[in-house]
Design a protein around this ligand. Structure first.
Ligand SMILES: *Cc1c(COP(=O)(O)O)cnc(C)c1O
Length: 451
């Protein structure tokens, strides 16, 4: 079986197989890797998922991408090892469900992708006897998920940059208490500064001797595993087989791209709702066809979505036939009519986020944290906009409410139970470095550590 090929959204780098795309992260022309053609799952293959556990669904979906670069048994073992936690689908009313993606070791959906990607990368590197430094910028959840996933993986060093003032102590402790091959750097700046420093490091020829890779959602390895839970959720509903509505709270748009990938592979999807917080570049683009990034990004309660220029939009635009470069410039317009048919997006302010946390609890005893509340409110916005009838719907809750105890206590007057994964990190000693938001200083730091 010939390996699947991935090309760059900027179209100026050679196509590579999944192994190469994963180890590189960003394509040499600074574009994002995307499969040249999406593999397909037949309706009968999708229908069979109803009887299968999560790791086996993951294997069947992901094997379509790993054929030719990884042995099937090896992939099966990786999936079993990565997905050893629950994935609850709660019915809220009638055909409306909440998918809780918060049962992994760092209590956010990012565990799903990070755990699989770390294992794939570890395997690929071992076969090659290569060493790699995974460099990642985080607004909170990516860093901890990536740090946990790569902790103790041989051949890999992890370096995480986070904005000191924008990350909660609980989020911080999940990444600064690991030690070993994981190093964390608190930056006196915003998430955008961290992301910018990481991007510049990747593009800097003076760092060419350091083998760097990315674990941000620019890496295709972060994206593909995120298609699996859409198949899983659809397979667990009584009305499985009907086109489903998914609402996905969006920041860098990697999670919602998982839904796009699932649809491209054959999952029946009625609508993908991608609500955002105050960083509303995408809903404006969908409405007007005109893209303008938000700079500087705006701080919101749903802090893992404080992204002014979502990196995965370049992939979304490519799926719809357009070309957006890494700066956000659109060289070729996508099919906007098709995008509006398939997608919906609205912006949910902090005020509406809080009101939604309150309403969901009062009406349904549904406990949501700020990111899940944005998803829930976006779903309601879509209903008000299109008054659809009765499609099955899945709203993604992407983090555990105990990650935002102050907000939940303030809004609902109750304190969410802390999962063991989080409480374990609470009393461990922290260790991290501090840096100004200054690229030259960061570069010197990197060079010193790799000397
Ligand atoms: C990262 C994150 C998001 C946003 O996901 P993207 O793939 O960046 O759109 C939403 N919720 C939580 C809890 C997150 O950690």
């Amino acid at each position: 079986m010939a390996a699947l090929l991935l090309h760059s959204t900027n179209g100026r780098s050679p196509a590579v197989n999944l192994r190469e795309a994963l180890l590189r992260g960003l394509a040499p022309d600074r574009g994002l890797y995307l499969p040249e053609k999406f593999p397909n799952l037949a309706p009968a293959e999708i229908a069979a998922f109803a009887r299968l556990p999560y790791p086996e669904i993951a294997r069947r979906v992901l094997s379509k991408f790993t054929e030719g670069v990884m042995d099937g048994n090896e992939l099966a073992a990786i999936c079993r090892d990565a997905y050893d936690f629950d994935v609850p689908l709660e019915t809220v009313y009638n055909r409306v469900h909440v998918l809780r993606l918060d049962r992994g070791p760092t209590a956010s959906f990012k565990d799903f992708a990070a755990r699989l990607m770390a294992r794939l990368m570890g395997r690929f590197l071992q076969a090659d006897r290569r060493q790699l430094t995974v460099l990642t910028a985080t607004s909170g959840d990516t860093g901890s998920a990536v740090a946990h996933a790569f902790h103790s993986v041989p051949g890999i060093r992890v370096l995480v940059l986070f904005p000191f003032a924008e990350v909660s102590p609980r989020q911080r402790k999940l990444m600064t208490t690991l030690g070993d091959n994981v190093r964390t750097v608190a930056v006196d700046g915003k998430f955008d500064d961290c992301q910018d420093m990481v991007k510049r490091a990747f593009a800097d020829p003076a760092l060419g001797t350091i083998p760097l890779s990315s674990a941000n959602s620019i890496n295709i390895g972060r994206l593909l595993p995120q298609s699996v839970y859409y198949f899983y959720a659809a397979s667990r509903m009584a009305q499985s087989g009907e086109p489903t509505v998914f609402s996905v709270p969006s920041g860098n748009f990697g999670d919602m791209m998982g839904a796009v990938v699932a649809r491209q592979m054959g999952l029946p999807v009625r609508k993908i709702i991608a609500p955002v917080n105050d960083n509303d570049a995408f809903p404006r683009f969908l409405a007007s066809g005109h893209y303008e990034k938000i700079f500087p990004s705006r701080n919101s309660l749903s802090n893992a979505m404080n992204v002014g220029h979502p990196s995965n939009l370049a992939r979304l635009v490519a799926v719809y036939g357009g070309w957006m470069d890494e700066s956000g410039h659109i060289h070729r317009a996508p099919d906007l009519a098709a995008m509006r048919r398939d997608l919906f997006s609205s912006s949910v302010s902090d005020e509406r986020t809080r009101a939604t946390i309150c309403d969901a609890w009062r009406k349904y005893r549904l406990l949501l944290e700020p990111h899940g509340a944005v998803a829930w409110r976006g779903f309601l916005d879509w209903q008000e906009h299109e008054s659809p009838h009765g499609s099955p719907a899945v709203i993604l809750e992407t983090a555990h409410p105990a990650k935002f105890p102050e907000e939940i206590e303030k809004t609902l007057g109750l304190s969410p139970e802390v999962p063991p994964a989080i409480s374990a990190a609470e009393n461990l000693p922290e260790d991290y470095d501090r840096l100004d938001a200054d690229y030259e200083k960061f570069k010197a730091y990197l060079l010193a550590r790799h000397a």
